[in-house]
Design a protein around this ligand. Structure first.
Ligand code: HMG
Ligand code: MG
Length: 284
């Protein structure tokens, strides 16, 4: 039996959020509709954040209203506060994600809040989600390096993972936001985090700025993680993380996992077409 690994497609959100040109909702919908037939179980399609902070994601409700929902696919949205949660729920997102940082510098830049303040804002989100049976995923950014504070101690990451677990996140995605993590740093971080949460409830989210994302996926696979976030076409970056490049490209990660004998259930032809479509949006 091949060892199964899930790729969580984040291209329509993390891939597109950083594009300077406003991409029409119809183009985002076309990309998501193509991805919906590729075999993903989860696709992150929108953010319900302040449109002043991330203008590209201002059309999340229109995007969620326009997609052709494939059975068995969960369409996810980022929600930084209860207002975002209400918007995501009204737009019929299937699951939401709250997103914290392991470093104070990035927390302030991305959320205008300290880590503690951000966790306080998430509390009503998870409470409402609990009432509605809405699954909540968690992100921790800057799990090895912060663009403002430098190297991040593994214990700081473990503390935020613990807080998000206590809030009730069903899975926590560990973000190398600026793609600078070395394999040693990722391994040390995982060593600390695995004391707080089982590998089966963790995901790896590696941006590929320094070209080490695949190495870091391998480190995480060896530690037992079996879910990885990726973006078709390798697009993206975070507007509040200077110098950050895109997520590891879905097509590159798929080829890497397949060569290593992992089963992903994904259709490589559709993903190649989606990658071309995403890249065309970037360069248009
Ligand atoms: P703030 O300015 O401190 O908050 O921002 P505020 O309450 O003063 O709100 C500012 C304005 O936004 C107000 O409008 C609010 O009404 C409005 P105004 O009165 O000025 O007209 N507002 C909202 N509008 C729509 N939806 C909302 C919402 N909330 C407030 N939910 C805030 C605080 C959290 C809102 C802001 O900092 C924000 O939106 N941040 C999001 C930044 C973001 O989306 N970053 C990218 C995603 S994270 C990422 O990419 C990392 C990840 O991929 C993992 C990794 O790689 O590490 C996940
Ligand atoms: Mg990211």
């Amino acid at each position: 039996m091949p060892d199964a690994v899930e790729i969580f497609e984040v291209g329509p959100r993390d891939g597109l959020q950083n594009e300077a040109r406003m991409i029409p909702a119809a183009d985002k919908i076309a990309l998501i509709d193509l991805l919906s037939g590729a075999g993903f179980r989860r696709i992150e399609v929108a953010s319900f954040v302040s449109p002043k902070w991330v203008p590209q994601m201002a059309d999340g409700a229109e995007v969620l209203a326009g997609i052709a929902r494939a059975p068995g696919v969960s369409y996810a949205a980022l929600t930084p506060n209860i207002r975002g949660y209400d918007g995501a729920r009204a737009a019929r997102a299937d699951e939401v994600a709250i997103f914290a940082s392991a470093s104070e510098g990035f927390s302030k830049a991305n959320l205008n809040a300290t880590i503690i303040e951000s966790l306080e804002r998430f509390t009503p989100v998870v409470r409402a989600a609990g009432d509605h049976g809405m699954p909540v995923r968690g992100y921790v950014s800057c799990v090895t390096d912060c663009p403002f504070d430098g190297p991040v101690p593994p214990g700081d990451v473990a503390a935020v993972v613990s807080a998000l677990r206590e809030l009730g996140c069903y899975e926590i995605s560990l973000g190398d936001t600026i793609g600078r993590g070395t394999s040693d740093a990722v391994d040390a971080m995982l060593d600390a985090v695995l004391g707080e949460m089982d590998a089966g409830r963790l995901a790896g989210h590696f941006h590929d700025t320094a070209g080490r994302a695949l190495e870091n996926v391998d480190v995480a696979l060896a530690r037992g993680l079996r879910v990885f976030d990726a973006a078709v076409g390798g697009l993206g970056g975070c507007p509040y993380a200077p110098g950050a490049a895109g997520n590891v490209a879905t097509e590159t990660l798929l080829a890497h996992l397949t060569a290593a004998g992992h089963a992903t259930g994904l259709d490589a032809d559709i993903i190649d077409r989606a990658a071309a479509m995403a890249r065309a949006m970037q360069s248009a």
